[in-house]
Write a protein that binds this ligand. Structure first.
Ligand code: SAM
Length: 276
């Protein structure tokens, strides 16, 4: 099933007009109405025929219908705007009575594992104001997901995929790459959205690693990253002083700076903290 079926649904602009879905800034609403782009995002996730997709913030349903048209087994959406829920229940639920459900709720308060059976995947054009806490929550429980396909503002996507010795490298790069293979898929120009946001956007895929790149506890990784990057210009012997770690014992020069360390280096420091 492809765009033929999408074309039988009312155009998104008509849905927006009929249900008076004027975008609300406080809900991070920038709608993507271009069916070529929404289909492209849906397709980056590969075969969805055995997967339940959980979508955060379906809005008027552009990406939602592309994911359904791409063949997702089921799609469970969570949305905080009742106007959008009414619109989706009016036009999309009847087209996919067995495959589509939309729930009212705050994505920050969901137990995503309880929303759908495995195999499950998160796909979302994220509300940018809560994108980072949502990502951290999913990473913390990453084995519950087959993968994540997420759109961020480009600056955040760059931090997620950044390599050591670059300005964008930091806590988000390390926590993401420690647990997942991350792939920058493509950028989307601000003008493709209604209304256009002030920033460019990028789609990122997260493929969970069977095991983290190196063993360590989540809490210790977070603590070492936060402490090291809290003073990213300082040498580690200075910035990590409060944690009382023996940096040289794990083969790192005391004069090194946070951004020079690999993910494995951070895990080695985190293990030392775990053992304290
Ligand atoms: N998926 C739609 C699209 O691509 O056109 C809309 C994307 S828009 C960037 C973000 C969506 O997230 C909006 O529909 C907004 O109402 C919803 N949203 C914002 N905060 C939310 C929250 N805390 N929980 C669930 N949905 C939220």
């Amino acid at each position: 099933m492809s765009t033929e079926f999408i074309d039988k649904l009312p155009p998104l602009r008509d849905v927006i007009a009929k249900h008076q879905l004027a975008a609300k800034k406080q809900l991070g609403q920038n709608f993507l109405l271009d069916l070529n782009l929404t289909s492209r995002i849906a397709r980056t996730a590969g075969d969805l025929s055995n997967t339940t997709v959980i979508e955060v913030g379906p809005g008027p349903g552009g990406l939602t219908r592309a994911i359904l048209a791409a063949g997702a087994k089921k799609l469970v959406a969570v949305e905080r705007d009742e106007r959008c829920i009414d619109a989706l229940n009016a036009y999309l639920a009847p087209a996919y009575p067995d495959r589509f459900t939309v729930l009212f709720g705050d994505a920050l308060e969901q137990d995503f594992e309880a929303l759908a059976p495995a195999p499950r995947r998160i796909m979302s054009n994220l509300p940018y104001n809560i994108a980072t806490p949502l990502l951290i929550g999913w990473l913390k429980n990453i084995q519950a997901f087959e993968g994540l396909t997420l759109m961020f503002q480009k600056e955040v996507a760059d931090r997620i995929t950044a390599l050591p010795r670059t300005k964008a490298y930091g806590r988000l790069s390390i926590m993401s790459q420690w647990l997942c293979e991350v792939r920058a898929e493509f950028n989307i120009d601000a003008r493709a959205f209604t209304p256009p946001p002030k920033v460019q956007s990028s789609v990122v895929s997260f493929i969970p690693r069977p095991q983290p790149l190196a063993p360590a506890s989540w809490d210790a990784m977070e603590k070492v990253c936060a402490t090291a990057f809290g003073q990213r210009r300082k040498m580690l012997r200075q910035s990590l002083k409060s944690l009382k770690l023996d940096i040289e014992a794990v083969g790192i020069k005391e004069t090194a700076r946070a951004e020079e360390l690999s993910v494995e280096n951070f895990a080695a420091l985190a293990r030392q903290l775990d053992e304290k």
